[in-house]
Design a protein around this ligand. Structure first.
Ligand SMILES: NC(=O)c1ccc[n+]([C@@H]2O[C@H](COP(=O)([O-])OP(=O)(O)OC[C@H]3O[C@@H](n4cnc5c(N)ncnc54)[C@H](OP(=O)(O)O)[C@@H]3O)[C@@H](O)[C@H]2O)c1
Length: 273
């Protein structure tokens, strides 16, 4: 099977490419720029989801597509996929599309386009990623300090490698068409606990400084649209029961429990040294 992976340099895309190659699939890895360090045999191509025309040559001859939410023209993207011969699509959406549709309309529009298409589709709705802790890496490296809001609110953050493994199974296996999977990690952890875990992994204490909601909001507005910032702050500060629930879906699909934050950290601790 020929599988096109969008966002192949990203937190989910990279381990997904590795998992598909390990499963013996032919993979085209797509980013807006050429991607370094790919496994042997993987072709890297440049295309922009914001300009579906650029996808046409990349999708030509593909059987399956791993898609993420970017650009505004989900229908144009799916038309390009169908024209190229794609029969199966796995969409990386977000938990917020289900729990806070007003804030996550962009993801909701992609979900509607995908689930309304004639393609065999699977939608992945992960909660917050363990890799969001990369945002703390500069402060940890420079001052052994983590600054974050809502220090004592626990959420079941997920290792992007588990999202990638679920995506690989949905792209290659049978029985996943028409399914929406909620993806979480195995346990609630708070920002304070995650900061402490970084200290343990480094062998040096890491100080936790609680940001106010306004401080966090101002920081997040630099790289996220306003409705997504509001939705994210609401999840981080006042999560609903659904947002704190530990989903069984990773284990159902993979047959093993999701990886812990400590596991993710063990594989990425060098980013914090
Ligand atoms: N982080 C979370 O907590 C979280 C939670 C739920 C859902 N999600 C979703 O998961 C996805 C990955 O999130 P992340 O935070 O882990 O970010 P990330 O690793 O930085 O991945 C984003 C990827 O998206 C690609 N991309 C962005 N705009 C694109 C475009 N116009 N055309 C083609 N590719 C484009 C980027 O590719 P380039 O190499 O071209 O830059 C990058 O590889 C996002 O779509 C996000 O909505 C994230």
């Amino acid at each position: 099977m020929m599988i096109v992976v969008m966002g192949a340099a990203g937190n989910v895309g990279r381990p997904l490419v590795d998992a598909l190659v390990a499963a013996g699939e032919t993979v085209t890895a797509v980013g807006r720029r050429p991607i370094d360090g790919l496994p042997e045999g993987v072709v890297s191509r440049a295309a922009d989801l914001a300009d579906p025309q650029t996808l046409r040559p990349v999708l030509d001859g593909a059987d399956a597509l791993f898609l993420l939410v970017a650009g505004d023209d989900a229908h144009g993207i799916l038309d390009a996929a169908k024209a190229g011969g794609v029969r199966r699509v796995v969409l990386l959406s977000t938990q917020g599309a289900g729990t806070r549709p007003e804030s996550y309309r962009h993801a909701g529009a992609f979900e509607e386009a995908v689930t309304g298409s004639e393609l065999a589709w699977t939608v992945l709705r992960p909660g917050g990623f363990d890799s969001n802790a990369y945002a703390w890496a500069p402060g940890v490296r420079a001052q052994r300090t983590v600054a974050a809001p809502f220090g004592d609110v626990g959420l079941p953050s997920i290792d992007p490698a588990d999202i990638a493994d679920v995506a690989a199974v949905a792209l290659c296996g049978e029985g996943h068409a028409g399914r929406v999977y909620e993806l979480t990690g195995p346990a609630l952890t708070t920002p304070r606990q995650r900061a402490e875990a970084i200290g343990v992994a480094l062998g040096e204490p890491v100080r936790f400084v609680e940001q106010s909601r306004d401080e966090a909001r101002a920081q997040m507005l630099r790289f996220m649209p306003e409705p997504v910032v509001e939705g994210t702050l609401a999840i981080l500060g006042e999560p609903t029961d659904a947002e704190q629930r530990i989903s069984p879906d990773v284990e159902r699909v993979l047959g093993c429990a999701p990886r812990s934050f400590a596991d993710w950290l063990g594989r990425h601790v060098d980013a914090f040294r």
